[in-house]
Design a protein around this ligand. Structure first.
Ligand code: SF4
Length: 401
C-alpha cells in the first residue's frame, strides 16, 4: 500500500511552501486566486516518491510487504506514462541512505513511512480545510533522536535544497514531536534531505529539541499573519520562485523594475564590487519578466486588455500529412534513401539508459573521459569549488621545466 502521494491535500500553509509563506506572509492568501501550475516534473517526483516508499516499506516491513507484493506494486508503477527505468537506481540510492541511518541507531529505531503529521498546534487552517499538516517521507525514532528524512527527485542544481534550518523539514519534525512525544523522549533532532539526482545530493543538519521548539514559536507568529494575509511582502528569488502570484505580484514587479532603473542611472563602468552587488540584487529580474509575460499572455488569451500588448500566433512549423507516402514519391523520383535518412549515434546518456547503468559501466566504463563543463556563474554559497583561467605559480613553473 502506498501513501497516496498524488492524492495529498495541501493546506494553504503547508510545510512544502513554508519557505515562502514564512518569509512573505501575505503570499499564500494572495496566491490562492491563481491556479497551481505543478508541472510534469512534480508528477514525475510523485511517481519516484511512490517507488521509494515501496522499497522502504519492503525493507522495514518485510513480513507484511514482501518481495512478491513489492514486485507487483513496482510493475504497476511501470505502466505509468512518466515511468523511467532510471528511477530504480535513484530510489535505490535513497533506500541505501535510509538503511545507513537506521543502522547507526544503537537499537532498531521506530520507523514511520509516509506518515501524515498534524500541525494544528502551530499553524491555523482555513475554514474549508480539515487541518494543517503534511506528510513526511521517513521518520526514525530511537535513543532520544528524532530523524526526519526527505527524498527530493529534482535534478536541477538550482533547486538544491539545504537541510540547515529548512522550514519544511523542521515542520515535519515538529509534527512528529507532537505525534510521538507521549511515547518517546527526544533530545536531538536530525534532518536529512536526499537528492540522488544531484552530485553530493545529501544534506544533513541537526539541532536540539529546544531549538526546534523555539522555531515552533516563530512558526506560530508567522502563520498567524499568513493565514490572514497580513505582514510585509518580501520579494526574493527563492521566496517568489513557486509563488502562485509571481506573475502578478506588485511588490515583486516594483522591486525588479526599480532595480533595472538603478543600474541604468550610472553612466560610468561598474566596478567588480558593483557588478557583484547588482547581479545579486537582480538575480530574480529575468525570471520575473518571464513570469509577468506568462501572466499577460493568459490575460490576452482570455480576451482581456493588457495595454501595449496582445497575443499573436507564434511561428508555425510544417509537417508531412503522410511521411511514408512523401518519401515513396521522392525515392521513386530518384532521391535515394541515403539522402533522405541520416544515421546518428545515441548520446552517451541515452546509451547508458538503454544498456543499463551496470552493464554500461562493465562494458564501456573504461572508454569514457569526463570533460569539464562550460564555466558558469554561480553564487558564492554554491557547493561547487570556484575555478579560474588564471595560471597558478605552480602551473607556470611546471611549463618552464
Ligand atoms: S511573488 Fe514574492 S513577494 Fe509577491 S507575494 Fe509571492 S512571494 Fe511574496
Amino acid at each position: 500500500m502506498t501513501g497516496g502521494h498524488a492524492g495529498r491535500k495541501h493546506s494553504l500553509l503547508s510545510p512544502s511552501n513554508a519557505h515562502q509563506w514564512m518569509a512573505c506572509t501575505p503570499s499564500a492568501l494572495l496566491g490562492r486566486q491563481f491556479p497551481d501550475k505543478a508541472g510534469t516534473s512534480a508528477a514525475e517526483g510523485t511517481l519516484a516518491h511512490e517507488l521509494a516508499e515501496l522499497k522502504a516499506r519492503n525493507y522495514f516491513y518485510t513480513v507484511d510487504f514482501g518481495k512478491r507484493k513489492l514486485t507487483a506494486a513496482i510493475n504497476k508503477l511501470k505502466k505509468e506514462e512518466l515511468w523511467d527505468d532510471e528511477m530504480m537506481g535513484y530510489t535505490d540510492d535513497y533506500l541505501d541512505y535510509v538503511k545507513s541511518v537506521a543502522m547507526k541507531f544503537k537499537s532498531s529505531p521506530t520507523v514511520k513511512l509516509e506518515s501524515y503529521l498534524n500541525l494544528d498546534a502551530y499553524i491555523p487552517h482555513l475554514p474549508d480545510e480539515d487541518e494543517a499538516g503534511g506528510t513526511a517521507d521517513c521518520i526514525l525514532i530511537g535513543g532520544g533522536i528524532l530523524h526526519v528524512i526527505d527524498f527530493k527527485y529534482g535534478k536541477s542544481p538550482d533547486g538544491r535544497v539545504n537541510a540547515e534550518w529548512n522550514p519544511q523539514m523542521l515542520l515535519y519534525a515538529l509534527g512528529a514531536y507532537e505525534a510521538y512525544r507521549i511515547l518517546y523522549t527526544f533530545k536531538t533532532v536530525r534532518l536529512s534531505i536526499v537528492q540522488p539526482r544531484l552530485p553530493d545530493g545529501i544534506s544533513e543538519w541537526e539541532c536540539s529539541l529546544n531549538e526546534l521548539l523555539q522555531f515552533g514559536e516563530f512558526v506560530k507568529e508567522r502563520a498567524a499573519l499568513a493565514i490572514k494575509g497580513e505582514g510585509e511582502f518580501a520579494p526574493a528569488p527563492k521566496t517568489c520562485r513557486y509563488c502562485r502570484a509571481r506573475g502578478r505580484c506588485k511588490a515583486r514587479a516594483e522591486k525588479n523594475v526599480e532595480l533595472a532603473f538603478l543600474a541604468g542611472t550610472d553612466p560610468n563602468l561598474l566596478t567588480n564590487e558593483e557588478l557583484g552587488r547588482y547581479l545579486l540584487k537582480g538575480r530574480d529580474a529575468a525570471r520575473w519578466l518571464s513570469d509577468a509575460q506568462d501572466a499577460a499572455l493568459s490575460e490576452c488569451l482570455a480576451g482581456k486588455e493588457v495595454p501595449g500588448w496582445k497575443a499573436v500566433e507564434g511561428r508555425g512549423s510544417r509537417d508531412w500529412t503522410d511521411m511514408d507516402k512523401a518519401f515513396g514519391v521522392l525515392t521513386s523520383n530518384g532521391i535515394s534513401d541515403a539522402i533522405l535518412w541520416e544515421r546518428k549515434p545515441l548520446s552517451l546518456a541515452q546509451v547508458e539508459k538503454v544498456v543499463g547503468k551496470k552493464n554500461f559501466q562493465e562494458l564501456v566504463g573504461g572508454l569514457i573521459i569526463k570533460k569539464p563543463g562550460k564555466p558558469a556563474l554561480a553564487e558564492e554559497t554554491d557547493n561547487r569549488p570556484a575555478i579560474t583561467n588564471k595560471v597558478s605559480a605552480a602551473e607556470a613553473f611546471k611549463e618552464e621545466e
